[in-house]
Design a protein around this ligand. Structure first.
Ligand code: SF4
Length: 419
């Protein structure tokens, strides 16, 4: 995504914090809604749902001025499990987003792509029954399904609320409901997972022919039940080399099947990369609403490199603040400085297959990528970890992708900043 496009468009992320149960490895901002397991129409949840939707819309109204004049490119319902909201609730949010930011494609720009509207769903009867309504009422045109594994023993060990049967039923229902842009989440380096279990997972993924696959290495985040168990020695951490081998195997199998590894952990068929997620790697403006959501605010007076705003994580504190009309107080606010923005541009750009764009760096920072880190670039190229295109773009080699964190760390402090 080029800077000129960033100047005029916006992506909106909506964080819906509810899950029917909390997975023991999860460190997102989430709230348990177990009542939905017993009774999908639970009135007590309906109250929480309606209040949350109203608060999300109120937050959108309060925050939209920082993104004024932009046109909508992507809308992403994430969480949590946003598929636990009724289609009419998602439609209410969608309408508010549309009226805040008119879509990029209109009569004047008919060639612009329609807004990409992604919804994360988990395999469950409740969500499955709503798929058609999500498309018809809320305009969802891309589904991201939290599959994680096609092995019941892995799903159980992960504390997931679904089994393999549920996955098959949900994926089939998604196709029957007309979704032609389907992404599957797949975890690897998970607990007792063996290479042959990974092969079986990949085979099952390919059997469904999704348009997109996002992979996640299981990390024992501090503060989660898994993190605590790992710290006290009750849970083994997956062998680092074994995890790297698994990712290589994923790349090879998916690559042979026509999926491009367009970002370190994301794979897509041609033209099916996630437009919303690409905004993060391009540092393009994203207005994020809901507890724990993180926005990328655009350049503004006093903010020549934009800002990162992190919302309050607690749903109840976030809700009360909005319902009682208190001014929005971000959980965190970071106004970016030139050096920080440049490091970020390298760190995020290197995650992508396209790499760090020379034209983008020139436009934003006034010089070529190499000129900010001449010695580092020389050293990493000599070590076969990055390559430079004739235009001056810098990208990881396949060896560099194995050592992506180390390579990114080399670009932390630029030697000089042009402005
Ligand atoms: S379903 Fe996802 S968001 Fe919800 S608790 Fe599990 S990992 Fe966290």
């Amino acid at each position: 995504m080029h800077k000129t496009q960033q100047e005029k468009d916006v992506g909106v992320y909506v964080h819906v914090p509810f899950c029917v149960r909390i997975c023991p490895y999860c460190d997102f901002a989430v709230e348990a809604a177990p009542e939905l397991l017993r009774d999908p129409a639970a009135e007590v949840f309906r109250d929480r749902e309606d209040r949350t939707v109203s608060a999300l819309i109120a937050e959108l109204e309060a925050r939209r001025t920082a993104f004024a004049g932009r046109r909508l490119s992507t809308l992403y319902f994430g969480g949590g499990t946003p598929g636990l909201l009724r289609a009419e609730s998602l439609a209410r949010i969608r309408e508010a987003v549309w009226s805040a930011f008119p879509p990029l494609a209109d009569a004047q720009s008919p060639s612009a792509p329609p807004v990409e509207v992604t919804l994360e769903v988990n395999p469950s009867t409740l969500e499955r029954d709503r798929l058609k309504a999500f498309a018809e009422q809320a305009g969802v045109n891309r589904l991201s399904v939290g599959v994680q594994s096609f092995d019941d023993s892995v799903l159980k060990a992960l504390g997931r609320a679904h089994g393999v049967d549920e996955i098959h039923r949900t994926l089939q229902a998604a196709r029957s409901a007309g979704f032609d842009n389907l992404s599957l989440d797949l975890m690897f380096a998970v607990l007792h997972q063996t290479p042959s279990m990974l092969e079986a997972d990949l085979e099952a993924v390919l059997a469904f022919q999704p348009e997109h696959v996002s992979t996640y290495e299981l990390v024992h985040e501090p503060g989660t039940p898994f993190g605590r168990a790992a710290q006290s020695g009750q849970l083994e951490t997956f062998d680092e080399d074994g995890a790297a081998d698994m990712l290589l195997r994923i790349e090879s199998v998916l690559g042979e099947a026509g999926y491009e590894r367009y970002e370190l952990t994301n794979f897509a068929r041609p033209g099916r990369a996630s437009r919303h997620n690409q905004r993060y790697w391009a540092r393009a403006p994203v207005l994020a609403i809901g507890p724990g959501a993180h926005s990328t605010d655009p350049v503004a007076p006093g903010r020549p490199f934009g800002a990162r705003i992190g919302n309050e994580r607690s749903w109840s504190v976030w809700l009360e603040r909005i319902e009682t009309g208190q001014p929005l107080a971000p959980g965190s606010e970071e106004i970016l400085e030139a050096g920080q923005a440049l490091s970020e541009a390298f760190f995020l750009g290197l995650r992508t297959r396209a790499g760090v764009s020379a034209a983008g760096i020139q436009t934003e920072f006034g010089a070529s990528p190499r000129s900010f880190y001449p010695e580092t670039v020389e050293r990493l190229m000599g070590a076969g970890l990055i390559v430079e295109s004739p235009a001056g773009d810098l990208a990881l080699t396949s060896r560099g992708r194995l050592l992506a964190d180390e390579v990114a760390a080399a670009f932390v402090s630029p030697d000089a900043i042009a402005r």
